[in-house]
Write a protein that binds this ligand. Structure first.
Ligand code: ADP
Length: 209
């Protein structure tokens, strides 16, 4: 599980970690954005909430994760990115996972002024959702046009950070007591953060990671 404020680089790091280990990355933000694009009932219900920077309801999100974790591809392990985001979601997750396998919790820490800068400046591909490199002019994966995510507008960014401090910071405090909790410095280059995450996970799982 990867925790951290919006803009900490969770998505980038979760994607990289999952790719290197050939396990699925489960991003609730991506699941919701796909649902919005496809116009499903979930997407229609979530769009306005996401665009305002608030959180989708716990019951809805727990249902999404319950369904996702019932698929077979999670058997070798998986990376959770964006879930849980509240203590209620964490308690529900506890009832959904296999307790024989350790739950490694990695918190990526970045100072708040850096977060606003990163989020307001970033661009994603309008066609495939890929997160573009800072100075890119088109999507490196599919050549699509780059746009700002609707919730990366400065006013929404401020609301997301406020919601994070109110609803998700208590979750970080809740997990901090767990013996499998580790925190890493997210205010470094992407590869340095990835190396610290790998070391943090190895320190919990030992040689089996
Ligand atoms: P970020 O971490 O950069 O804010 P995400 O892509 O993880 O972005 O999430 C985008 C939006 O999707 C959130 O602001 C929220 O509205 C919704 N969302 C994603 N995951 C959850 C969750 N576990 N609980 C409630 N809302 C969620």
């Amino acid at each position: 599980m990867i925790l951290g404020p919006p803009g900490a680089g969770k998505g980038t790091q979760a994607e990289r970690f999952a790719r290197e280990r050939r396990i699925p990355r489960i991003s609730t933000g991506d699941i919701l954005r796909d649902a919005v694009q496809a116009g499903t009932p979930l997407g229609r219900a979530a769009k306005a909430v996401m665009d305002s920077g608030r959180l989708v309801g716990d019951d809805v999100m727990i249902g999404v994760i319950r369904e996702r974790l019932s698929r077979e591809d999670v058997a070798p392990g998986f990376v959770l990115d964006g879930f849980p985001r509240t203590v209620a979601q964490a308690v529900a997750l506890d009832g959904l996972v296999d307790h024989d396998a350790p739950l490694v919790i990695v918190d990526v820490e970045v100072p708040e002024d850096k977060l606003v800068e990163r989020l307001s400046g970033r661009r994603i591909c309008s066609a495939c959702g890929w997160l573009a490199a800072p100075a890119a002019s088109e999507c490196a994966r599919c050549g699509g046009q780059l746009i700002q995510r609707p919730d990366d507008r400065p006013d929404v960014v401020r609301e997301r950070l406020r919601v994070f401090m109110r609803d998700t910071q208590p979750l970080v405090e809740y997990y901090r007591r767990f013996p499998t909790f580790r925190s890493v410095d997210g205010d470094q280059g992407e590869s340095a953060v990835a190396a610290d995450i790998a070391a943090a996970v190895a320190s919990v799982l030992g040689g089996t990671s």
